[in-house]
Design a binder for this molecule. Structure first.
Ligand SMILES: NC(=O)C1=CN([C@@H]2O[C@H](COP(=O)(O)OP(=O)(O)OC[C@H]3O[C@@H](n4cnc5c(N)ncnc54)[C@H](OP(=O)(O)O)[C@@H]3O)[C@@H](O)[C@H]2O)C=CC1
Ligand SMILES: O=C([O-])C1=[NH+]CCC1
Length: 349
C-alpha cells in the first residue's frame, strides 16, 4: 500500500498519507521541534532569506446549523528549519487544513472524534497539489505539542533542576484533547510530574482514562476528582480541554504559588473555560496575534505576547506573577509544518 502510494507520487499525482501511517510517524520530540519553528515563523511576516517567516489570513468558519462547523485554515511558512534524517534543512510549506467540529460525534454508535481534519499540501513554488494528509491525529498531537512548547518555555525550563520533581498535573476534560495532553505531558517531561488529577463532566470517561494511563505510566499517582475546582486545587500545571461555556475554576481555587495553565477548549468562545480573575491577574500568551481581533474578541485580559517571542527570548513570564496562561486557539502554520514533518518522513520510509 505504502509503496503504491509513493509510486503515485513518482507519477506526479498527489500523495495520500492516511491516518494509520501518520500515527506511526508521530513523535513528541519531533513535533515540539517543528512547532517551535512554526511559532517563531508566526512572529515574522516579512519575507526573509535567513529567518523563518509566514503569511496567513484568518481562518473561516462555516456553520452547519444544529450540528457543527467547518473551518478552513490556510497558511504559508517560509524558510523554517526542520530536522529530517538528512540533517537540519530549510523548508517552505504551503498548506490548508480543513477541519470539522461536530460535538455530537461522541454519542454516535460507533463514536467518531468530534474534530476531524484533512490537510492539503501544495508545491510552494508552483501551487500544485502535492499531498493530502489525514489531519485528525495531527490536530490532536499538534495541539498538545504546542501546549508542551508553552509549558516548557513558560514553566518547566525554570524548574527542571529542582531536586524533587514533585509536581502535579491537572487535566479538566478527558475527551480526545485531555487524553493526548496527558500522554504528551507525561512523556515529554519524564519524571517531572509525580501526580495526575483528572476531572471530566461524565466521570466514567475520566475513570477510563485513568485505567489506560495507569498501564502506560506505572508509578504515577492518578486521582479522579468529582469537580473541576478540586482537580486544580493542588496543581502546578493545568490543561483545560472542554466545551464548557462557563468557567471551570477561578484564581481562588489555585493553591500553589506558581501555576501554568494551558486553556485549549472552546465553549461559546476561546476564553470561556477560565474565570475572569485568572485572565486579569495572569500573564497571557497566545500562538499568533492574528486571532486576537476575531476569536479572542471580548477577552478582558492584557495579552503579553506570542509564544514565538518567548521562544526567541523577546518575551518571558514574569516570575513574580503567580499564573501564566497559554490561551490556545490552533493555528494553520502549526498544521503546515506538522504535515510537512510527516510528508518528509513518509517519502524516506
Ligand atoms: N486549541 C486548539 O487548537 C484546539 C481546540 N480544540 C477544542 O478542545 C475542546 C476539546 O476537544 P476534543 O477533546 O477533541 O473533544 P471531545 O469531544 O473528545 O471532548 C469534549 C470534552 O469536553 C467535555 N465537555 C463538553 N461540554 C462540556 C461542558 N458544558 N462542561 C464541561 N465539560 C464539557 C466533554 O465531557 P463529556 O465526556 O462529559 O461529554 C469532553 O471531556 C473543544 O472545545 C475543541 O473545540 C480541539 C482541537 C484543537
Ligand atoms: O485549530 C484547530 O484545528 C481547531 N481549533 C478548534 C477546533 C479545531
Amino acid at each position: 500500500m505504502e509503496r503504491d502510494e509513493k509510486q503515485q507520487h513518482d507519477n506526479d499525482e498527489p500523495l495520500f498519507i492516511r491516518e494509520a501511517v501518520v500515527k506511526e510517524l508521530l513523535s513528541w520530540n519531533d513535533c515540539v521541534d517543528a512547532l517551535e519553528s512554526a511559532l517563531v515563523a508566526a512572529t515574522n511576516s516579512n519575507k526573509s532569506a535567513d529567518k523563518p517567516f509566514s503569511s496567513q489570513t484568518p481562518r473561516t468558519f462555516t456553520p452547519v446549523p444544529g450540528k457543527g462547523v467547518l473551518l478552513s485554515m490556510p497558511g504559508f511558512i517560509g524558510n523554517y528549519p526542520l530536522q529530517t534524517v538528512t540533517g537540519n534543512e530549510r523548508h517552505s510549506t504551503l498548506a490548508c487544513k480543513l477541519v470539522t467540529s461536530f460535538s455530537g460525534n461522541s454519542k454516535l454508535n460507533p463514536p467518531l472524534p468530534s474534530i476531524l481534519a484533512t490537510i492539503l499540501m501544495f508545491n510552494a513554488d508552483t501551487g500544485r497539489l502535492k499531498a493530502i494528509v489525514d489531519g485528525t491525529e495531527i490536530t490532536a498531537w499538534r495541539t498538545a505539542a504546542v501546549s508542551l512548547v508553552a509549558t516548557k518555555h513558560l514553566y518547566y525550563s525554570s524548574r527542571r533542576f529542582n531536586s524533587s520533581n514533585d509536581y502535579t498535573l491537572a487535566i479538566c476534560g478527558t475527551g480526545a484533547q485531555g487524553r493526548i495532553h496527558a500522554i504528551g505531558m507525561l512523556t515529554y517531561f519524564p519524571n517531572f510530574f509525580s501526580k495526575l488529577n483528572l476531572w471530566n463532566r461524565t466521570k466514567s470517561r475520566a475513570v477510563k482514562l485513568r485505567d489506560e494511563l495507569n498501564k502506560l505510566f506505572p508509578g504515577l499517582t492518578i486521582a479522579v476528582l468529582d469537580n473541576s475546582t478540586d482537580c486544580v486545587n493542588d496543581a502546578d500545571v493545568i490543561v483545560t480541554a472542554t466545551n464548557s461555556s462557563t468557567p471551570l475554576f477561578g484564581k481562588n481555587d489555585l493553591r500553589k504559588s506558581s501555576v501554568h495553565i494551558n486553556a485549549i477548549g472552546a465553549g461559546t468562545n476561546h476564553h470561556s473555560e477560565l474565570a475572569l480573575d485568572i485572565y486579569q491577574s495572569g500573564s497571557v500568551f497566545i500562538e499568533s496575534n492574528l486571532g486576537i481581533q476575531t476569536e479572542l474578541k471580548g477577552i478582558e485580559a492584557y495579552v503579553k505576547g506570542e509564544i514565538g517571542e518567548v521562544i526567541k527570548d523577546e518575551q518571558r513570564r514574569d516570575n513574580s506573577e503567580k499564573i501564566s496562561v497559554f490561551q490556545s486557539m490552533g493555528n494553520a502554520l502549526e498544521d503546515g509544518v506538522m504535515a510537512n514533518l510527516i510528508y518528509q518522513k513518509f517519502i524516506r520510509l
